[in-house]
Design a protein around this ligand. Structure first.
Ligand code: NVA
Length: 302
């Protein structure tokens, strides 16, 4: 593993190893408190962040490493200087780059030109650090993710792409339920189909909430992602039937609800469900740190 920029770069056993390592770092943190000693990691953000920024900073410190946050002070990536040159400069001093960008292409370009590992901290297409933390959380909750019925309900976006791709590699039965016209792209559907066939999992996309079927966990995310200028008022009517609430939990038999946050309460999820003991949202948030640490330790091991 050289970079971590798309879910499909990893095999089932590599992902399982990362999840196992994330759980071990979580349970036995003191055994790992020097593993990033002498390593400097640049965390670069083109978009706002609470969980990713803080979990990276504190997570890297817990392993004895040093993180340096770079926001928008240098303007949009690729405007003031070429992405290629930013990557080559950062590689002169740092040991890894973790970047949240608008365009996945920017990460590809960085990975191509930086001589150090590049990690995707969210882009337009994927959110692999989130998916890894989520499958860690599901492993801890259900014992295994193989044959686990997991539905994502809402807007087809970076989070659902990573969930369906990583889930299909790991053998989870992922169902994506979105309003018509808001589903994953055909390219990602075909990839997930193929990966599910290889792992023996079931993968389904549907656009009628009544087709959701029996589920063990339901996942949702914002109806309008960062960088999308759609006004939520303009889409409320088509998305409201896809709200994740107690009645959907009862209908599907799901015992757990997941959200990567920030949550838009009373839109994609009800306040009462988000605050309930069925909600794994804060375990997911905590696991961001352990999962990212597992990725960094794996990428930076000597
Ligand atoms: N889909 C959301 C995820 C935020 C963590 C977004 O891209 O804004």
């Amino acid at each position: 593993m050289k970079h971590f920029i798309a879910d499909t770069q990893l095999s089932k056993s590599e992902l399982e190893q990362l999840i196992k390592l994330a759980i071990d770092i979580k349970q036995n943190t003191s055994n790992y408190n020097q593993v990033l000693k002498g390593k400097s990691i640049v965390t670069l953000f083109e978009k706002p962040s609470l969980r990713t920024h803080v979990s990276l900073d504190i997570g890297i410190a817990k392993l004895g490493g040093h993180s340096l946050y770079i926001g928008q002070q240098n303007g949009q990536l690729g405007k003031r200087e070429r992405v290629k040159d930013v990557a080559k400069n950062l590689a002169c001093w740092a040991d890894a780059i973790v970047a949240r960008v608008f365009d996945h292409q920017v990460l590809q370009e960085m990975a191509e030109h930086a001589s150090i590992p590049v990690v995707n901290a969210l882009c337009d297409k994927y959110h692999p650090c989130q998916a890894l933390a989520d499958f860690q959380c599901l492993t801890e909750t259900f014992g295994s993710v193989e044959n686990l019925n997991l539905a994502y309900v809402g807007d087809g976006n970076n989070v659902s792409n990573s969930l369906m791709l990583m889930g299909s590699i790991l053998g989870a039965n992922v169902t994506i339920v979105t309003p018509p016209g808001h589903g994953p792209s055909q390219e990602f559907i075909e990839q997930a189909d193929k990966l599910a066939t290889q792992s023996g999992a079931k993968f389904k996309v549907c656009h009628d909430i009544n087709d959701i079927g029996e589920q063990q966990a339901i996942y949702t995310d914002t109806w309008v992602s960062m960088g999308d200028d759609t006004k939520v008022e303009d889409i409320l009517n088509i998305f409201m039937p896809f709200q994740v609430n107690e009645s959907l939990m009862a209908k599907t038999g799901a015992s757990a609800v997941m959200h990567c946050q920030p949550a838009h309460l009373e839109q994609e999820i009800t306040t009462s469900l988000f605050d309930s003991n069925q909600s794994l949202a804060f375990v997911q948030a905590e696991n961001r740190m352990w999962a990212q640490n597992a990725v960094l330790v794996t990428l930076l091991q000597d």
